[in-house]
Design a protein around this ligand. Structure first.
Ligand SMILES: Nc1ncnc2c1ncn2[C@@H]1O[C@H](COP(=O)(O)OP(=O)(O)OP(=O)(O)O)[C@@H](O)[C@H]1O
Ligand SMILES: [Mg+2]
Length: 604
């Protein structure tokens, strides 16, 4: 414990030898075998490969060999490829602003060669034979190979034992290597990938469609339990698939995000995707998704992280909004129509664009009174039932409104009501079998979505505070408040400097007038400094509406007539997000005839 480090006597300043410079620089690029795999596959893809083969020994520590059928490297360029800061991918600063390739620094091969034994074997189509370069000796000799490149990396970190000590078991390193290939594979379904370990085939993904690749890499279940995302806003397009709330996981291990084909770990995208699930997933559940963001390359800086896993957007708010809206939109369509038809799940939802039922107008300031909620339930302006008794008030309208007039009644996705069970569940019969609906949970979502739609239809109304709420603000908060006046006002907030060190909240959204104005302003400013501040106001508003909806929803033990039950089912079919209640629990389940037959050991 007494080993206090005393500073060594100061040495004179000297330049480090080249080799040491390379090894230090390599530390940023090459952390473990998987980093080598990532860089070499990047290179293969940049070379236009259609097939990439990865062979590993001892988790990649003893050998990483990557073969591609790309454009190859000409004999005279082989030594250059290993030189630091030598690249064929950019030639000027202007090129760097619009990089379309994975590589651009001309550093990867030099870094890898400085901490391993590297051999480069390559042949461009126009060259009679292949050449092999031994990086350590510099020896160059003819060899046999078809068009393409093979990079062999042996004994990683053999010359830097301190690094080697940080490696984990072979199995762990192998898992990281496979993960690196998997990330590439999800981005490039048009390229075939094969991974071998110790001579055994580990993974093989053939070239095909994106859906096929997602299914091959993440499993058929991912495809069945996700919805297609495809949405463009301004210069940003977001495609891919978003897992349904039911398929959420306990770990955030299936969240794949790509920017212009590059796998990234990006706070803006993660936050935006998460906020799209906010209304659907509660607790610690983690959504699964594969999202592909395409954006004009001049609007994103890829040169901010040594392993290129992070990027910086010129306007992160525009990306945040695009991702959030894309995922939200994909998740909002009710999936009832897809029940029992898993083969159809891969296609876009077959529900017609949801038709908004005529909702009676309820002024926002009255919105939390039970009788107003009752009015929401019924399309007629006057609510049925006894408005003073919350258990009886929000009765479904009588009579079945057909959500799909073009479908025969037997084809209603959620079926025809047949009974009510214990005052809690509705049982219905559809083409696949039995549907069980948790009536309170379902109704709660319906009321909630109606309240939201209704409020969205009105601009956010701002309510001035009689006495402005002032608070001591940080310089960053003051700067954000000054820079974002217009955004704040659009959110119904007025926050202005009061003194050099204080801000005053002068108005808040009317729906949130009862809350803590300072806390609201601070969280909006914090979000605005990062990305899309509108989510805060919306979140606060939604929490309030959810509480109101819970009070307004039909209670357990309330007897419903068959007509009322059918009305509820039809409303579920046309309400966004109606597959989950406001707390993220499912509102209905399908028991198929096959499952029922199984229960009774009935062979079909
Ligand atoms: N598999 C390959 N096929 C064809 N050319 C390759 C291949 N691998 C490397 N090269 C050539 O060697 C050069 C150097 O590769 P290296 O990975 O070191 O740098 P880079 O890809 O240009 O940039 P970065 O350091 O960002 O990866 C590339 O610019 C490319 O011209
Ligand atoms: Mg490279």
């Amino acid at each position: 414990m007494s080993a206090v480090l005393s500073p060594a006597p100061r040495r004179p300043i000297r330049e480090l030898p080249d080799e040491l410079v390379s090894q230090i620089a390599a530390g940023e690029v090459v952390e473990r075998p998987a980093s080598v795999v990532r860089e070499l596959v990047d290179n293969a893809l940049d070379a236009g490969a259609t097939q990439v083969t990865v062979r590993l020994l001892a988790g990649g520590v003893r050998l990483i060999c990557i073969e591609d059928d790309g454009c190859g490297i000409a004999r005279e360029e082989l030594p250059l490829a290993l030189r630091r800061h030598a690249t064929s991918k950019i030639g000027s600063l202007a090129d760097l602003e619009s990089v379309a390739t994975m590589g651009f620094r001309g550093e990867a091969l030099a870094a890898i060669a400085s901490v391993s034994e590297l051999h480069l074997l390559s042949r461009p189509a126009a060259q009679g034979s292949a050449f092999l370069l031994d990086a350590s000796s510099g020896e160059l000799r003819p060899a046999a190979r078809a068009t393409g490149t093979t990079v062999e990396v042996k004994e990683l970190f053999f010359s830097t034992p301190a690094r080697r000590k940080f490696l984990k078991t072979d199995a762990t390193e192998l898992a990281h290597c496979v993960e690196a290939v998997r990330r590439h594979a999800l981005a490039r379904p048009d390229v075939g990938f094969t991974v071998w370990h110790e001579g055994k085939l580990c993974e093989q993904w053939r070239a095909g469609s994106r859906e096929q690749r997602l299914s091959d890499v993440l499993g058929e279940d991912f495809l069945a339990d996700s919805v297609a995302v495809d949405h463009a806003v301004g210069p940003v397009r977001v495609t891919g698939r978003a897992g349904i709330p039911d398929a959420a996981r306990s770990r955030a291990d299936w969240q794949f995000a790509y920017v212009n084909g590059r796998y990234v770990r990006d706070k803006v995208i993660t936050h935006a995707a998460r906020s799209a699930y906010e209304d659907l997933l509660h607790g610690q559940r983690q959504p699964a998704y594969a999202l592909y963001v395409e954006i004009d390359p001049t609007r994103v800086d890829v040169n901010v992280h040594p392993t290129k896993i992070e990027v910086r957007f010129r306007d992160s708010r525009e990306v945040h909004q695009a991702v959030r809206h894309a995922v939200e939109g994909a998740l909002s369509a009710p999936r009832a129509a897809l029940a029992g038809a898993p083969q159809a799940v891969a296609a876009a939802p077959v529900m017609p664009a949801w038709r908004q039922p005529a909702i009676p107008f309820v002024p926002a300031q009255q919105g939390n009174r039970v009788e107003d909620l009752a009015a929401l339930w019924s399309p007629s302006p006057v609510g049925r039932g006894d408005a003073r008794n919350p258990d009886a008030a929000p009765a479904p309208e009588v009579g079945v409104r057909t959500a799909h007039p073009d479908l025969p009644s037997g084809d209603w996705p959620l079926g025809r009501a047949i009974a009510q069970l214990q005052g809690i569940y509705i049982l219905a019969e559809n083409a696949q079998g039995l549907v069980v609906v948790d009536m309170h949970a379902a109704h709660e979502r319906i009321v909630y979505e109606r309240l939201k739609t209704q409020m969205d239809a009105q601009a956010i109304r701002s309510q001035p505070l009689l006495i402005p709420a002032t608070f001591a603000a940080s310089p960053a908060e003051i700067a954000t408040a000054e820079a974002s006046q217009a955004t704040l006002e659009a959110l119904g907030l007025q926050v202005t400097p009061f003194s050099p060190r204080t801000l005053a909240v002068r108005a808040v959204p009317a729906t949130l007038a009862q809350g803590d104005a300072v806390e609201l302003a601070r969280s909006v400013l914090a979000e605005l400094a990062q990305h899309d501040g509108s989510t805060i106001v919306e979140r606060a508003r939604n929490e309030l509406l959810a509480t109101m909806a819970c009070h307004g929803a039909v209670r357990a033990n309330r007897k419903l007539t068959i007509e009322e039950m059918n009305a509820l089912l039809r409303q579920m079919e046309e309400t966004e997000r109606s597959d989950q209640c406001n707390h993220g629990r499912p509102t209905w389940r399908q028991l198929t005839l096959r499952e029922l037959d199984g229960l009774f050991l009935r062979g079909r």
